[in-house]
Design a protein around this ligand. Structure first.
Ligand code: ADP
Ligand code: MG
Length: 462
C-alpha cells in the first residue's frame, strides 16, 4: 500500500469532523512525507503547531491509525519559510468561522509550494549550505562547492564529487544551485539526475519535435548540476549527447558539477573521453562522518525539524549509527515518532528500547546473512505483516508491495536466479519476480521515501 503524503492528508481532512474541516490552521499544513512510522507535516509556526496538537492531534492520530496503522505517528515540523508565502490568518479568524467553503480552502492549500517540492530549476530549497554540517570528511568538497557557487565556471570546472550512499552528495549539489540562484538570480541553474537527463534525451529522439527544446534547455544553462552520473554507464547514446552538452557548456565557461558513487577512473562502463573530461577539473571525495560530525549533524537536524532531544540520546544515536547520514536522519525520525506514539519523553532508556527492538530495521542490529528467509523476515517485520502472508498467494494491497520489495532484495543481495526467487515465494512463474524488480526500480527512481526505506532494509544485510 502506497499513498502520497498529499493523499493521506486529504483523506485525514475528509475524516475529521466539521469543525476541523473548517479550521484555517489545518489548511495551512503542507504534508511532507509518509512512512510506516510517521506522517511528517510542515506548519508555518510554533503557534500553528501548538494549536493543531492541542485540538486535533487525537483525532488525526485516530484517522492515521485506520489508514496506516497504530504505529504511525504525526510529526509536525515548523517551516518558517512557509509563513511568508502563506500569511497566518488574523486573530479574528482563529476560531474558525470562516465561511469559506472547504473546496476553496483546499485549493488554497494545494497552491502553497511544499518545501520539498522542487521548483523549475529542480532544486530542493531545504538542501542549503547553512543546513550542511562541515567537518573533516567533507571539508574539501564543501570548500570547492562553495567556491563554485561564488565563482561559477572559474577555478573548478568541472567539479566532480564522489562518495558512498547517503553522505551528502545530493545535498551539496542542491546547495550550490540554491546559493547561485539566491546570489545571482539571473543565472540559469539546472539540476537533474543523470537518469532524468537520459529520459529527456530519449524523449527528444522519439518525439522529434522536442529535440531542439532539449538542446536549448541543457546548452543554455549557466550551471548544470548533474547527480549520480554513474547511471550513464552503458548508455552509449546518452553518453554521446552528454559529451556534446559538456563540451558546449565548458567551452562557454559555464559551470558543470557532477556527483558519482565512484571516481571517474572507476566508471568503467563510461567512454574514456568522458572519464578524462571528468578528471580535467576538480575531483573531490566526500567521506564517512566520524562521531563528532554525527553528533553535529543530529543537532542540525533537530534544529531543522524543531525537535528537542537530550544530549545523551543524541550521543547514543551517534554511537550506534555509523554508516551514513541518511540512516542517521532516519533513526532520529523513527525515535521521535515512537516517542510521539507512546506519548513519552524521548529518554535514553526509550531510545535504547526502540533501537534494540526487533521491530522495524535497526541499524545496530547485527548485519545478517542474506537468505530468502532472512530477507522475508526483515521485510515482514518492517511492514508489520506475517512472513506466512508475505509468501502466500494473497494479493491484498498490504502485501503486494512488501512482497515486491522482498523479491527485489533477494535479487540485489543474493546470487539467486529469478526462478529460484519465485520458488522461495511459492510462485511458479519467474516473470512475477522480474515484474516485481521492475516495479521497485521504477519506484526508486525519484521517490525519496522509497529510496530511504529500501536503503534501510538493504542495510540490514550489507
Ligand atoms: P547522497 O546523495 O550522498 O546519497 P544525500 O545528499 O541525499 O546523500 O544525503 C542524505 C541525507 O543526509 C540528506 O537528508 C541530507 O540532507 C543529509 N546530509 C548529508 N550530509 C549532510 C551534512 N553534512 N549535513 C547535514 N545533513 C547532511
Ligand atoms: Mg544522492
Amino acid at each position: 500500500m502506497r499513498h502520497t503524503p498529499d493523499e493521506i492528508w486529504s483523506e485525514i481532512l475528509e475524516n475529521l469532523n466539521d469543525t476541523a474541516q473548517q479550521d484555517v490552521y489545518l489548511h495551512q499544513v503542507v504534508p511532507l512525507s509518509i512512512t510506516a512510522d510517521a506522517l511528517n507535516i510542515a506548519v508555518p509556526s510554533a503557534y500553528t503547531r501548538a494549536r493543531i496538537e492541542e485540538r486535533f492531534h487525537t483525532d488525526i492520530q485516530r484517522v492515521l491509525a485506520t489508514l496506516i496503522g497504530a504505529q504511525c505517528a504525526l510529526i509536525l515540523t515548523i517551516d518558517n519559510s512557509m509563513s511568508h508565502s502563506n500569511e497566518a490568518p488574523d486573530e479574528t479568524e482563529i476560531d474558525g468561522n470562516t465561511d469559506q467553503p472547504l473546496a476553496e480552502n483546499r485549493t488554497l492549500t494545494s497552491n502553497i509550494p511544499s518545501p520539498l517540492q522542487q521548483n523549475q530549476t529542480g532544486l530542493n530549497p531545504n538542501y542549503r549550505f547553512d543546513t550542511f554540517v562541515v567537518d573533516t570528511p567533507n571539508r574539501i568538497c564543501h570548500a570547492t562547492a562553495l567556491a563554485v557557487s561564488e565563482n561559477p565556471g572559474r577555478d573548478y570546472n568541472p567539479l566532480f564529487i564522489y562518495g558512498g550512499v547517503g553522505l551528502g552528495k545530493t545535498h551539496l549539489l542542491h546547495a550550490i544551485g540554491n546559493r547561485l540562484s539566491a546570489t545571482q538570480p539571473d543565472k540559469k541553474v539546472l539540476y537533474v539526475t543523470s537518469e532524468t537527463f537520459m529520459n529527456e534525451y530519449v524523449e527528444s529522439i522519439v518525439n522529434r519535435g522536442s529535440a531542439q527544446g532539449f538542446r536549448t534547455k541543457y546548452r543554455t544553462a549557466d550551471m548544470l548540476l548533474i547527480d549520480d552520473i554513474q547511471f550513464l554507464q552503458r548508455k552509449e547514446g546518452t553518453q554521446e549527447e552528454f559529451f556534446n552538452t559538456f563540451n558546449d557548456l565548458h567551452m562557454n565557461s559555464n559551470q558543470i558539477v557532477m556527483t558519482s558513487d565512484r571516481t571517474p577512473n572507476n566508471l568503467e562502463n563510461l567512454e574514456v573521453r568522458l572519464r578524462s573530461r571528468f578528471q580535467s577539473g576538480m575531483v573531490a571525495e566526500i567521506g564517512m562522518p566520524q562521531y563528532e560530525m554525527r553528533i553535529a549533524i543530529l543537532r542540525q537536524k533537530c534544529q531543522d525539524h524543531g525537535y528537542n532531544l537530550p544530549d545523551d540520546v543524541l550521543s547514543y544515536i551517534a554511537e550506534v549509527v555509523e554508516t551514513n547520514i541518511r540512516e542517521l536522519e532516519g533513526t532520529l525520525t523513527r525515535l521521535v515518532a515512537q516517542a510521539t506514539i507512546l506519548k513519552e519523553e524521548l529518554s535514553l532508556d526509550l531510545a535504547r528500547e526502540v533501537l534494540n527492538d526487533v521491530g522495524p530495521p535497526s541499524p545496530i542490529q547485527q548485519r545478517r546473512t542474506a537468505t530468502p528467509k532472512a530477507i522475508q523476515t526483515v521485510v515482514a517485520d518492517y511492514f508489520g505483516i506475517d512472513v506466512a502472508d508475505l509468501v502466500s498467494l494473497k494479493r491484498t494491497k498490504e502485501l503486494v508491495q512488501p512482497r515486491q520489495i522482498a523479491m527485489y532484495m533477494c535479487r540485489e543481495l543474493t546470487q539467486m536466479s529469478y526462478a529460484n526467487i519465485a520458488r522461495a515465494f511459492n510462485r511458479e512463474n519467474h516473470t512475477t519476480v522480474i515484474h516485481a524488480c521492475k516495479q521497485i526500480e521504477s519506484m526508486l527512481d525519484g521517490d525519496e521515501d522509497e529510496q530511504q526505506t529500501i536503503t534501510l532494509l538493504l542495510g540490514q544485510f550489507r
